[in-house]
Design a protein around this ligand. Structure first.
Ligand code: ADP
Length: 190
């Protein structure tokens, strides 16, 4: 089983991804985490990505697609299913991912789509910003990220509804309850 965890910033993708990774022994790939490590290490990718991340915009498709293709091709040998978190975020990324999956002969893909009301997302991100000091979790940047999500990322869900198995999950509630909802939805594929 391969999972794509989809949803707006602050919906809890990272939290649920860690649990799904352990329950189904998946290879977790978070593009946000990879980029943050690159920024910290000051690599060429990090220096370029930082410009976009700090303002809350998306890193250009050609940069991110190349990065994900490299990771997936390298890690396919591990024979674990993939758990994608934060990718794809544009329709072009989704199309590119389909191509990579075809090349790697990956067929079983389920999209888990988490959602929650916008005021809740903003409240969670503001709280995370205060606790973790993540530089893009300031109120102004959060609002911009949500705008980017609605404009560029949410159409990806329609793309998938026409092509893949999509399971919509309510992301409002206790973390354990949401994990249970996801498990119930994906159990038939595991
Ligand atoms: P969140 O889901 O809370 O916005 P992420 O950690 O997934 O946080 O992403 C942080 C930032 O990293 C994004 O705002 C964006 O600049 C960049 N990023 C992550 N994934 C992608 C992607 N697939 N395409 C373009 N940019 C990305």
């Amino acid at each position: 089983m391969n999972l794509i965890l989809f949803g707006p910033p602050g919906v809890g993708k990272g939290t649920q991804a860690e649990r799904l990774r352990d329950t189904y022994t998946l290879h977790h790939i978070s593009t946000g985490d990879i980029l943050r490590v690159a920024v910290k290490e000051g690599t060429k990718l990090g220096v370029e990505a930082r410009r976009y991340m700090d303002s809350g915009g998306l890193v250009p498709d050609e940069v991110i697609i190349g990065m994900v293709a490299e990771v997936l091709e390298k890690d396919k040998k591990e024979k674990k299913g993939f758990l994608l978190d934060g990718f794809p975020r544009t329709e072009d990324q989704a199309r590119a991912l389909d191509k990579i999956f075809r090349k790697l002969e990956i067929k079983d893909v389920v999209v888990v789509s988490l959602d929650a009301p916008e005021p809740e997302l903003i409240a969670r991100l503001v709280k995370r910003g205060k606790e973790s000091g993540r530089s893009d979790d300031t109120e102004e940047t959060i609002r911009y990220r949500l705008k980017v999500y609605h404009k560029q990322t949410s159409p990806v869900l329609d793309y998938y509804k026409q092509r893949k198995k999509v399971r919509a999950i309510d992301g409002l509630g206790k973390i354990d309850e949401i994990t249970k909802r996801i498990n119930t939805a994906v159990k038939e594929f595991a």
